[in-house]
Design a protein around this ligand. Structure first.
Ligand code: SF4
Length: 291
């Protein structure tokens, strides 16, 4: 089977704390977040098409890992390839994480139903149409630039809600992780785009609902990471290449407000340069060009 794969990071101890993981970057995404750090793999470029046997060999020959993290781009857009690789990982006793923007609830549901995923990191990009300010999902549209003629932003928001609903039924704390997935939500705080207190409180309120509506046995303190935007010369939109990070003072203040209003949410601030693999270390080369 062929798939569009942007590249890999062979070994990481930070992408899934507590695990030694390989990170596989699927290429192609249905969003165009202006602050995206992997613009080079957002399309389905012919030269990124790979035979999955090549990727499986990389996984099989890596004896240092006990987990694989699938990220992107948006891995859920290539459902068959994601399934094939996740099954392969499970057959090799490797834990599986999927990082997603939540736009493909059917893929998320199938992964969970087939027990092919242990950890989901979901980007909660922007508030979902809850206040006047966010009418018609304008804010979500600005943050993701994902609406098209065929898939309007309302549809994107509905799909995301559906993903939240699926995850709600499958929440678990770290200490009670048998047969259930773990969930980390992530919001990037970007000056002039996604930074207002009301917007963050609106997301907090959705996450709080998720906690309150989960069944008591599986009720977990869901982790919500506020990721601090850091400028970077390769960011998708030039407009964001040179703007400043939000200040620590601002982030501490907003953290305090959220904790006070929603004490059940386990919220933390993360510097986006410090922990996750932000781009593939090894970009697969174009075989056709070599020949
Ligand atoms: S930040 Fe994530 S969801 Fe947004 S365009 Fe980049 S890969 Fe896609």
């Amino acid at each position: 089977m062929q798939a569009y794969i942007g590249g890999i990071v062979k070994y990481s101890e930070t992408d899934w704390p507590g695990k030694a993981s390989m990170v596989i970057f699927f290429s192609g995404c249905d969003f165009n977040c202006p602050f995206c750090r992997t613009p080079e793999i957002l399309g389905f470029k012919k030269e990124l098409s790979r035979d999955l046997r090549e990727i499986k060999k990389e996984i099989e020959n890596n004896f240092d890992i006990n987990a694989v993290v699938f990220t992107g781009g948006e891995p859920c857009l290539q459902k068959l390839a994601l399934f094939d690789l996740a099954k392969f990982c499970k057959e090799h006793d490797l834990a599986v994480a999927v990082e997603t923007n939540g736009s493909r609830p059917d893929t998320i549901k199938a992964l969970i139903d087939e027990k092919l995923v242990d950890f989901i990191r979901l980007d909660f990009k922007a508030p979902l149409n809850d206040t006047d300010d966010e009418k018609n999902n304008e804010h979500l549209q600005k943050v993701t630039e994902s609406s098209t003629f065929f898939r309007p932003i309302q549809q994107v928001a509905d799909d995301f809600r559906q993903t939240l609903g699926i995850l709600k039924k499958n929440l678990v704390t770290e200490s009670n992780s048998k047969n259930k997935i773990m969930l980390e939500l992530r919001t990037t705080i970007v000056p002039n785009l996604m930074f207002k207190r009301e917007s963050l409180l609106s997301i907090a309120s959705e996450i709080n609902k998720l906690i309150n509506e989960s069944d008591e046995f599986n009720l977990g303190r869901i982790k919500w990471v506020l990721q601090k935007f850091t400028p970077y010369e390769k960011i998708l939109s030039k407009r964001f290449q040179n703007i400043n990070s939000p200040s620590d003072e601002f982030l501490d203040t907003i953290l305090g407000v959220i904790i006070k209003e929603y004490p059940k949410i386990n919220v933390e601030i993360r510097n986006d340069m410090s922990s996750l693999s932000l781009a593939p270390e090894i970009i697969f080369e174009n075989k056709e060009a070599e020949e």
